[in-house]
Design a protein around this ligand. Structure first.
Ligand code: NAP
Length: 206
């Protein structure tokens, strides 16, 4: 069976850490494609704190344009209401019936998975790849999950991604303080941030 990677996140903004994580996951887990799906309305966040979905979408398009194995979906942007992962997975299972799904996201997000809507159901629909920042120790979390949810055995994987020393929060803070962000993200994305004046005011920084 083919394998489809789903790169879920807010991507405000997308940076090289995300791109390296997606490429490492593609290669390590033999994924035929990685589909970036920016959250429209993350269920656990205050919407006022996040850049407009259309801007985050355009930055991803600019960032992935030269990788034929990467694609983007507006699935969560077009759907009304909070972006629950379970709803997204249901659509993807219908659209990609011949594919096994691998949901790639940050380990910080993954640690909260049992608070997500229909978490147990989600774990039957997709395997998870947690992209870990350097120094993140996954062993405690994995042990706890295996003890409390033995059915997840072998379905949650970890990938250490040194490039994830880069973070969206840090990039937003740097822009606000007038510090350089060159080499932290693709140049077209940096130009886009400059052009639209993103992250320069209180309202769109955090
Ligand atoms: P977040 O809280 O913004 O991010 C948590 C951490 O993970 C941050 O350090 C972030 O780094 C990192 N991260 C996020 N996405 C990543 C990715 N694809 N690859 C590598 N690192 C990543 O989390 P989020 O972006 O809102 O949520 C992550 C995913 O989980 C989304 O697809 C979201 O829809 C899903 N989720 C679903 C539910 C639910 O269904 N109830 C609840 C929560 C989250 P950066 O800031 O540098 O990106």
């Amino acid at each position: 069976m083919n394998r489809l990677g789903i790169m879920g996140g807010t991507f405000d903004p997308i940076h090289y850490g995300h791109l390296v994580a997606a490429e490492m996951a593609r290669s390590e887990f033999n994924l035929s494609k990685v589909l970036f799906i920016p959250s429209g309305k993350p269920p656990h966040k205050d919407r006022r704190d996040i850049s407009e979905a259309v801007l985050r979408f355009e930055m991803i398009e600019l960032a992935i344009q030269d990788n034929p194995a990467f694609d983007i979906s507006a699935l969560e942007l077009e759907r009304k209401g909070p972006s629950y992962t379970v709803d997204t997975l249901r659509v993807l299972r219908r659209t990609w019936p011949e594919h096994e799904l691998y949901f790639i996201t940050g380990t910080d997000a993954l640690r909260e998975i049992f608070s997500w809507r229909e978490a147990e159901e989600i774990l039957t629909m997709t395997e998870f790849i947690g992209a870990a920042r350097p120094g993140f120790d996954a062993s405690d979390f994995l042990l706890q999950v295996q003890q409390e949810h033995p059915e997840t055995q072998g379905r949650i994987h970890y990938l250490e991604v040194p490039a994830l020393a880069i973070s969206s929060t840090d990039i937003r803070t740097r822009v606000k303080r007038g510090l350089p962000i060159r080499y932290l993200l693709p140049e077209p994305v940096r130009h886009f941030i400059q052009q639209y004046g993103l992250y320069t005011t209180e309202g769109n920084v955090f």
